[in-house]
Structure formats: C-alpha cells, structure tokens
Design a protein around this ligand. Structure first.
Ligand code: CDP
Ligand code: CDP
Length: 219
C-alpha cells in the first residue's frame, strides 16, 4: 500500500497534481481541504457561530462528507448536497482557516481522513498530511510557489468559475490564509525534516507530475 502526502500553501498546485498522480497510478485521491471547506459551507448555511468551537464540533459530528467519482471528476458531497462548486467561493475561502484552527475539529477530520486512507494506496493533499494524517507516508512532498504566481493561478481559476475578483484581493486573502494556517498550534502548515520541497513557480503541472513520478520511481 503506497501513501503519498502532498502539503503546501494555497495555489501551489497540490490538488491538480495530486489528482493527476492518483489517476496515473490508480490510487484514491483525498482532497482534505475540500473536507474543511465543506464543513465551513455547512456552518455558513446553518448560521453556526464560527467563534463557537463546541457548536462547530457538534455540527461536524453530524455531518457526512464524502467523495464520489464522476467520470474524470471527483465530486464532494456534504450530506446529500453536491458542494463541489460552492466550497470554492470567496466566502468559504475567507472563513475556512478559522474553522480549521480548532483542535477538536482537526482531530475529528484527521481521524476520518485516516479511515478513508486505511487499506488503500492514496494520494492525499492538505496542510498537515505528512505530520498528522499520514506520518508514515512513503513520500512527503511540499509544493510551494511564489505568492505572485499563486495569486495569478488562483485569479485565473476563479475567473474561469465565473467569480469577478481582483488580483490584489486574492493575493491578500492567500497571504492571510497561509499565515493563519502556519500559525495554529495543531496541524500547522510547515516543511517537515523529511519533506521533499518542490518550488513549482516556473513549472507546468505536467513538469511537477513528471518530477514527482521520477522521485517515486528512483526510490
Ligand atoms: O486549494 P487551497 O489551497 O486554496 O485550499 P484547500 O487545500 O482547499 O484548503 C482550504 C483550507 O482548509 C486551508 O487554507 C486550511 O485552512 C484548511 N486545511 C487544513 O487546515 N488542513 C488540511 N489538511 C487541508 C486544508
Ligand atoms: O491545491 P492548491 O491550492 O495547491 O492548487 P491547485 O488548486 O492545484 O492549483 C491552482 C490553479 O493553478 C489551478 O487552476 C491549476 O491548474 C493551476 N496550476 C498551474 O497553472 N501550474 C501549476 N504548476 C500548478 C497549478
């Protein structure tokens, strides 16, 4: 059973690369960011107070988040709702780090992610995969890129989804989210001693995938 962890800041290319790798290798792909985003979406929908860790934990224990394959796409369901698109909204993006900072929520999510990965070969991407979810992963990649490039990528992505946003606003949101993700006490975004760091600033998705495959094959 092969376990591949991919961590890194927003817009580094984690999910695109993880998805491609999982397809090439016929492994399961688990987008852990989509799980935190789905819970944030539900908290906003239900008017749950985002300052109330207990209420959010209660909400999380009563929420089913699962992935479903749909041709080459992977859909995210929160209970019975297909939230694949809604969870990428600027509103969800602006609140998700707050919800993800609560230790009780993280503990529950990590446990669920470990259950999903159990008995499967997986590619999993997020922030704390190498440290908390798959500490024994065969490979721990840390993808990164300059803030200018990550903001540019995210702007293009948001535009293609019909959101009108300014580069400045996206840049500021990413910087704030990275800071919040790196600062929290549990499951913080960080390079680990056994991380393989790849700066993707000047790389295409195909080049990143090729590089990762070469490292895996070399081993
Ligand atoms: O795609 P993008 O990098 O913008 O974000 P994402 O991977 O969907 O993750 C959204 C947010 O969820 C992150 O900014 C973190 O606050 C949180 N997250 C986390 O705390 N731990 C993870 N393993 C994955 C995501
Ligand atoms: O998951 P994460 O936030 O790290 O990034 P992503 O959602 O995989 O990538 C954000 C956007 O950048 C996507 O639209 C990718 O197609 C694009 N991208 C790129 O243009 N070049 C790369 N080397 C990686 C991603």
């Amino acid at each position: 059973m092969m376990k591949i962890a991919i961590d890194g800041p927003a817009g580094a290319g984690k999910s695109t690369v993880a998805k491609t790798l999982s397809q090439l290798m016929s492994y399961i792909y688990i987008d852990t960011g989509a799980m935190y985003r789905s819970l944030t979406w539900k908290a906003l929908q239900t008017g749950t107070n985002l300052d109330d860790e207990k209420a959010l934990y209660e909400l999380a224990t009563n929420t089913n988040i699962h992935f479903q394959k749909d041709n080459s796409q992977q859909k995210v369901f929160c209970d019975s709702f297909d939230v694949s698109e809604e969870i990428r909204s600027p509103q969800v993006s602006s609140y998700v780090s707050k919800l993800a900072s609560y230790p009780s929520i993280r503990q529950l999510m990590v446990q669920r992610q470990q259950e999903m990965a159990c008995n499967h070969s997986v590619v999993m991407d997020g922030r704390d995969i190498g440290e908390c979810v798959l500490p024994d992963a065969d490979f721990k990649f840390f993808l990164t890129a300059s803030i200018a490039e990550r903001a540019r990528r995210r702007l293009a992505e948001m535009k293609s989804q019909g959101y009108e946003q300014q580069l400045e606003a996206i840049r500021d949101e990413i910087i704030k989210r990275d800071e919040d993700d790196a600062r929290r006490e549990v499951g913080a975004l960080k390079v680990l001693p056994d991380s393989i760091v790849i700066d993707t600033s000047n790389m295409t998705i195909e080049q990143v995938v090729e590089k990762i495959l070469a490292i895996i094959r070399e081993d």
